[in-house]
Design a protein. Structure first.
Length: 51
C-alpha cells in the first residue's frame, strides 16, 4: 500500500506540476495524505470484527 501511494503520488505530481521542485512538493503532500488517510481508516475500522 505504501508502494502504491508512492507511485501514485509521483505520477500525479509530475502530471499536475511543471517544475521538478513543485512536482516533488505536490508528490510529497499527496503521499502524506494517502498514507494518513489509510492509517486513519484502519484505526476507525479496528473495533469492527472481520467476518
Amino acid at each position: 500500500m505504501i508502494g502504491l501511494a508512492g507511485l501514485l503520488s509521483a505520477f500525479l505530481g509530475v502530471l499536475w506540476r511543471d517544475t521538478p521542485k513543485e512536482a516533488a512538493r505536490l508528490g510529497l503532500r499527496i503521499f502524506l495524505a494517502l498514507t494518513t488517510a489509510a492509517v486513519l481508516a484502519g484505526w476507525l475500522m479496528y473495533p469492527y470484527p472481520a467476518r
